[in-house]
Ligand binder design. Structure first.
Ligand code: GDP
Length: 461
């Protein structure tokens, strides 16, 4: 039911100065009053006012906490509904107690994403903007944040809406032609229609082409470090951690022990896939077996393959290079370059590796060559530097699917045109492309898909 009043804790649980409980819905003010002890009824105070008082359990005559009550009347609120936010003290127990009291007094516990869903259904933001909220919350670097903020501000929506508008315009011409074939109305020639579809196709392709970079900026780059024992894998990890700010995040939906460590490499979140316990003993393949090793490598966007400059490329290295790393983006790191002696021969290493992999000399111990490695990684995935000023960076798999399907329909429309099929065929495809694009902004999304999207949000969002 959309109109019942919901509540949830909207701040992170844990010891903190402040914790916030949000109540949203038609009865927010009444329910707020049932737990509020202060000067004036919350139903009488001005909208968007801050009201000092106590969270009070009237049944048990007990003060729960001292708090500020923010009263905000719809529609000028996040959800578009009447909202009361209770700012009490932070901490595991107190916010839970306040929430329980609110629930006992008539609110229902909000489902994950339900505040955002209501904001969407009440027209406060479109679907891609709502999705960007989670991206803002989960952003791991300045760059990821920038992309998410752009999306939240509606830059992607604007692009998509413009494309849809152009499609609709074209459809109007074609349908007028179908409906009033004999009337003297303005028409487009086949050539003009084709030009317009080609231009739309071009624009959709351009946006789609950003998806790979977008995904990396949003989710990070999975990097696996591989190499024989003692070549310096742990030292490399330490050097990377030392030079780059590490970000530790919880993986949503899991317990605290599943944490990911991200390194911020020039704005790209880099996730070193943890091969803990393997690093220090034997090499990845020997220790965990062929299948498991393949799994690790398959998950990797990039493999850092470490060699020791003194031992060069051994038979085991060759085996891994030829059998596992053939089709995976790999940078070969010739480590311990501080020890290189006169016998050292980079050319023979290059011959053994082949031309398709980048080779770099580093000293993990002395942090030499780490900057160059950083540069090469950015070069490999972003052709140099990341440009997030592009407003049309696609970061979301769902958006990629919608754009791909729109592209297919445009392709099919072009085919119909080339085959001189009746205009109805053209109209059907263009309409379908228009609908596909509408899934991004949420205008043409079915109810169950909406539920699915919002249920991926965290509690209190
Ligand atoms: P792993 O088994 O591949 O993780 O290798 P480690 O990082 O544990 O390093 C093995 C040994 O090589 C340690 O004694 C390191 O101090 C040393 N080592 C690692 N990198 C370098 C380097 O760049 N130069 C020198 N001289 N020694 C290094």
């Amino acid at each position: 039911m959309l109109n019942d009043t919901i509540a949830a804790i909207i701040t992170a649980l844990g010891p903190a100065g402040v914790g916030i409980i949000r109540i949203s819905g038609s009865e927010a003010l009444e329910i707020g009053d049932r737990v509020y002890k202060g000067k004036k009824s919350l139903q009488e105070v001005l909208t968007h006012s801050v009201n000092y008082g106590h969270v009070y359990d009237y049944k048990n005559k007990e003060v729960i906490d001292e708090a500020l009550f923010l009263v905000m009347h719809g529609p000028h609120t996040f959800t578009g509904e009447d909202v009361v936010e209770i700012q009490c003290h932070g901490g595991y127990v107190v916010v839970q107690k306040v929430l329980e009291l609110v629930l006992r007094n008539g609110a229902r516990l909000a489902e994950p994403g339900e505040f955002s869903k209501r904001a969407f259904l009440n027209g406060k933001l479109d679907l891609s903007q709502a999705e960007a909220i989670m991206d803002i919350v989960n952003a791991k670097t300045d760059q990821s944040l920038k992309v998410a903020i752009n999306q939240h501000q509606g830059k992607l929506s604007k692009t998509i809406n413009k494309l849809r508008h152009n499609l609709l315009e074209l459809l109007a011409y074609i349908e007028a032609d179908i409906d009033f074939p004999d009337d003297d109305i303005e028409r487009l020639t086949n050539e003009e229609i084709k030009e317009r579809i080609l231009s739309l196709r071009e624009r959709v392709s351009t946006i789609l082409a950003t998806a790979k970079r977008g995904k990396i900026i949003r989710e990070g780059l999975n990097v696996v470090i591989i190499g024989k024992p003692n070549v310096g894998k742990s030292s490399l990890l330490n050097a990377l951690l030392k030079e780059n700010r590490a970000i530790v995040t919880d993986i949503p939906g899991t317990t605290r022990d599943a944490i990911e460590e991200f390194i911020n490499l020039g704005g790209v979140p880099i996730k070193i896939i943890d091969t803990a316990g393997i690093r220090d003993t034997e090499d990845l393949v020997e220790k965990i077996g062929v299948e498991k090793a393949k799994e690790f490598i398959n998950k990797a966007d990039l493999v850092l393959f470490v060699l020791d400059i003194l031992t060069g490329v051994t038979e085991a290295d060759r085996n891994i290079l030829n059998n596992y790393l053939k089709d995976v983006p790999t940078i070969v790191l010739v480590n311990k370059s501080d020890l290189k002696d006169s016998n050292f021969d980079i050319e023979s290493i290059k011959v053994a590796i082949g031309d398709d992999k980048a080779i770099l000399q580093i000293s993990a111990l002395e942090s030499e060559g780490i900057d160059e490695l950083e540069k090469q990684i950015l070069e490999l995935f972003f052709s140099g530097q990341i440009d997030t000023s592009n407003d049309e960076l696609i970061t979301n798999v769902r958006h990629v699917q919608a754009l791909t399907s729109a592209l297919d329909y445009l392709e099919s429309a072009l085919n119909s045109l080339n085959l001189y099929l009746p205009s109805d065929f053209l109209a059907i495809d263009l309409k379908a492309a228009w609908e596909s694009l509408g899934k991004i902004t949420g205008e043409t999304v079915e109810e169950d898909l909406l539920d699915q999207i919002f249920s991926q949000f965290c509690l209190g969002k």
